[in-house]
Design a protein around this ligand. Structure first.
Ligand code: ATP
Ligand code: MG
Ligand code: MG
Ligand code: MG
Length: 491
C-alpha cells in the first residue's frame, strides 16, 4: 500500500532516532529568533546556527546536541533562498515546505551520513537505486576550494556507478544559509521520475523529470560579512530533504501537488470556484492558467496559515511585507482566475490545519484567528484589485499592439494601490504582454534615491515623485488623456 505523508515523516524521524541514536528536536517557528540575517527560517539548520559557529551557551540543552533529527517548517520567499517566482509555474518549489533533516555536530561526518541517507532511501523507503543520481562539489579555483573527491570515493565504495556521480560548482554544491552564516560543500541526491535511460544531463537542469530530493552539507566554514570564508571550530553534517518531493517520489507522482499534502486542498479550492477541477500533470495543457492558479492558491494558503500561526501577520516591512505579497497574489488568483467569491481563501484554513495539525499542533490551534486575519486583509485589497484591473485593462487596450506594458503605470499601481510588482507582471503576462522591467527598475531606483535624499534633507514629500512618475508617463507617449492624469493621481 502507498505510504502517506504522515508515514513518510514518521519513518524519517524513527530511522534516525531508533537506528542511529539521534535526538528528536521539534520544528522552530518560521520567524527566526534573534537572527536579523534572515526573513524566514529557510532550512532546518537555522535554529542550530550557534552550534555550528561554536557560540552556543554551554549551560543550555542545545550545547549537548551531538546527533539530531527533525522536520522543520521552512519558508523560501525572500532573501538568498527565494522561490516565490517559481511557485505554481513548476510542481516542486513551494513558498512553505517541510524539510526533513539530520545533523551531526562534531560527531559523524561524510561517510556515515552518505551511508545513512542511502540506506534510508533504498532500503527503508525502497527507492530503486537505478533511479538515483548523486552530485558532489567540483571545487572552485577562484576561491581556492578543492573538489570534494572524498565524497566521490565514498559513493563509489557504496556501489554507486561512476556515471551517476556528478560534480557541480558553487551554485549547486556549496550550500550557504544566507549572505553570511555557516556553509560548506555538499553532496545531493536526485531522483529520475522516468527511468530506463541515462538522465545524468538532466541533473540540476530545472527539469521536473529529474528532481533534487536531499542535500547533505558538510559544514566547514562561516561566510563572514566581508565575504571571506572562515573555518568553523568543528566539522558538522547538516542535511535537508523536502518532504513534498520525497512524497511525490514514494507516491509515484510527477508533481508534489498530486500527493496527499495537497489533494484535499485542491478539492476544497474547487468546491468554492466556478472552474473545472485541477487537472495537474495528467490533464491537457494549462492554456487558461487555471491549473497554475490552483497550485499558487494551494501553496500560498499553506504559507499564510503556517506564518500567521507563528505570529507573522501580513504587514508593511520585512517578513510581514513578504506575507502581504503572498496574500495578495493568492487573492488575485482566487477571485480573478478561479472566480471564487471573497472569503474562499480563509475557508481553506481548516483543511491546512487538518493536513498539518498532527505534525505541527500550533497550526491547528488558532484557525479562527488565522481566518479573520486572512479575511480582513483580503477585504482591504479587493477594492484596489478591481481598480487596478480597470487600469491594466484600459492600458492594454490603449497600447494597441505595443509590445511592452509601460513600467510607469505598473509602478503607480504598486505605489498607490499596493500591488506587488511580481503580481502586476503576472497579470500582464496572462494577456500575452511583457512588462517594461527596465523602466520599472529605474523608477524603483529613483524612489529609493528620493527616499535617501529625503532622509538626508528631511524635507522631501512623496508629491515630487508623483510628478516624476507622471512626466515619465508622458515621455513614454502613453496616451493618457481626459480623466487619466487625474485618475493617475487619485489611484
Ligand atoms: P532547488 O535546486 O530545487 O531549488 P535547493 O538546492 O535550493 O533546491 P536546498 O537548499 O539544497 O534546496 O534544500 C534542501 C532540500 O529542500 C532540497 O533538496 C529540496 O528537497 C528541498 N527544497 C528546497 N527548496 C524547496 C522549495 N522551494 N520547495 C520545496 N522543497 C524545497
Ligand atoms: Mg533552490
Ligand atoms: Mg539545488
Ligand atoms: Mg540543494
Amino acid at each position: 500500500s502507498v505510504l502517506t505523508s504522515k508515514d513518510v515523516r514518521r519513518m524519517f524521524i524513527d530511522f534516525f532516532k531508533d537506528r542511529h541514536q539521534h535526538r528528536v528536536v521539534s520544528s522552530s517557528p518560521v520567524r527566526p529568533r534573534g537572527d536579523p540575517s534572515l526573513l524566514f527560517v529557510n532550512a532546518g539548520m537555522n535554529q542550530f546556527k550557534p552550534i555550528f559557529l561554536g557560540s552556543v551557551d554551554p549551560h543550555t540543552e542545545m550545547a549537548r546536541y551531538r546527533r539530531v533529527v527533525n522536520s522543520q517548517k521552512c519558508v523560501r520567499a525572500g532573501g538568498k533562498h527565494n522561490d516565490l517566482d517559481d511557485v505554481g509555474r513548476d510542481v516542486y518549489h513551494h513558498t512553505f515546505f517541510e524539510m526533513l533533516g539530520n545533523w551531526s555536530f562534531g560527531d559523524y561526518f561524510k561517510e556515515d551520513s552518505c551511508a545513512m541517507a542511502w540506506q534510508l532511501l533504498t532500503e527503508v523507503y525502497g527507492i530503486p537505486p537505478d533511479r538515483l543520481y548523486v552530485s558532489y562539489f567540483g571545487g572552485d579555483e577562484r576561491l581556492c576550494l578543492k573538489p570534494d573527491r572524498d565524497t566521490r570515493e565514498i559513493w563509489l565504495s557504496m556501489g554507486v556507478h561512476s556515471n551517476r556521480i556528478l560534480p557541480f560548482g558553487m551554485k549547486d554544491n556549496f550550500w550557504e544559509m544566507g549572505e553570511t552564516g555557516p556553509c560548506g560543500p555538499c553532496t545531493e541526491i536526485h531522483y529520475d521520475h522516468v527511468g530506463g535511460r541515462d538522465a545524468a544531463c538532466l541533473v540540476n537542469g530545472d527539469s521536473a523529470d529529474v528532481v533534487e530530493i536531499w542535500n547533505l552539507v558538510f559544514m566547514q566554514y562561516n561566510r563572514e560579512a566581508d565575504g571571506s570564508l572562515c573555518a568553523l571550530p568543528q566539522l558538522s553534517v547538516d542535511t535537508g530533504m523536502g518532504l513534498e518531493r520525497l512524497l511525490a517520489v514514494l507516491q509515484d507522482h510527477r508533481s508534489n501537488y498530486d500527493t496527499d499534502l495537497f489533494t484535499p486542498l485542491l478539492a476544497s479550492i474547487h468546491q468554492c470556484s466556478k472552474c473545472p477541477e485541477y487537472r495537474g500533470q495528467t490533464g491537457e495543457s494549462d492554456v487558461s492558467g487555471v491549473d497554475m492558479a490552483y497550485r499558487v492558491i494551494a501553496d500560498h494558503i499553506r504559507a499564510l496559515t503556517v506564518c500567521i500561526a507563528d505570529g507573522v501577520y501580513p504587514g508593511m516591512s520585512g517578513a510581514e511585507l513578504v506575507l502581504r505579497r503572498i496574500l495578495r497574489r493568492a487573492v488575485r488568483f482566487s477571485i480573478e482566475v478561479l472566480q471564487s467569491p471573497p472569503g474562499s481563501l480563509a475557508r481553506l484554513v481548516p483543511t491546512v490545519a487538518h493536513i498539518l495539525g498532527d505534525a505541527y499542533p500550533e497550526v491547528a490551534k488558532e484557525t479562527e484567528t488565522i481566518m479573520d486575519v486572512i479575511n480582513e486583509n483580503e477585504a482591504q485589497f479587493l477594492s484596489s484589485l478591481s481598480q487596478g484591473r480597470r487600469v491594466i485593462d484600459r492600458t492594454l487596450w490603449r497600447m494597441d499592439g505595443a509590445r511592452l506594458f509601460p513600467g510607469s503605470i505598473a509602478w503607480s499601481l504598486h505605489r498607490n494601490l499596493g500591488f506587488p510588482l511580481d503580481l502586476i507582471s503576472l497579470m500582464v503576462e496572462e494577456k500575452g504582454v511583457a512588462m517594461d522591467t527596465e523602466t520599472l527598475h529605474r523608477l524603483a531606483m529613483e524612489e529609493e534615491k528620493l527616499k535617501t535624499e529625503a532622509q538626508a534633507s528631511d524635507m522631501q514629500s512623496c508629491a515630487e515623485l508623483d510628478v516624476l512618475t507622471l512626466t515619465e508617463l508622458q515621455n513614454k507617449g502613453v496616451p493618457f488623456t481626459e480623466d487619466s492624469p487625474k485618475y493617475h493621481y487619485s489611484l
